[in-house]
Design a protein around this ligand. Sequence first.
Ligand code: MN
Length: 299
Amino acid sequence: MNKINPLGVHWLVLTKTWDSDGARHAIREAKRIGYDFIETPPTPVGDEVTEVTRQLLAETGMGAAVCLGLSADQDLTSPDPEIRARGEAFLMGAVDTCARIGGSLVSGITYSAFQKYMLPCPADGRTASIAAIARVARHAKSLGITIGLEVVNRYETNLLNTAEQALAFCNETGMENVKIHLDSYHMNIEETDIQQAILKAGDRIGFFHIGDSNRGYLGAGNIDFNPFIRALFQAGYTGPISFESFSSTMIDQPLLGILGIWRDTWEDGKDLAEHSFTFMEALVKSGREAHRRALGRVA
Ligand code: MN
């Protein structure tokens, strides 16, 4: 993904299951629409689907980002060392998968479980997570891979809900290939000031998810995307931007329950993916123009 601001799409927009047929369909569709990369799940190295993914990506010239959320029995903030070890091993495996398929980024809720917590994250849980992420990042670095920490809303983690929290966490890992992954859907819930949050995160931003307030069609929710995209360009962001959306048409448990998707936000993933690509292309172009003119490079 050498292009400036490559555009991507989450696999769950295009296929319900990431088996060989699903992967083949989703990668070909994403390519046909014009996307530069696709977000894939961390299928194990050695599995047939991982090989199909690798071949298809190579064939189509598409990039990949491996996206994931740790489960409760993989929680890096858990007081139980066995649970933390399981999480770390899972992340190491995801890094290997990413390298195998030719991807460049492993991101999502990589630092805690992906769930609603009933208590705040204890200080030693945060410390343990930072140490584990640093070790995973060292392994990732040897393979040229970046680790993303997705900042999500309060119902999906108790650790990183704001860009500022993610920045502190990133710095404490001491690893340059640990980056902040921001998402408009979550920022819309948690951040006080979108522009300030993005500018503060600055060059530590490594991934950006675009999603509307109801996680359906872009522009059919309540988010004004212009402040996000303008701040990203102001921060000098040249990294990947990806569309994420969830509908009960496409997802099953446990994801359905964790995300609280109780109704269809869309029925036709093909139409949604085509629309999102057009929307994102226009948004990026508007943002670039606004930024260029604000800098006074154009009269
Ligand atoms: Mn996201």
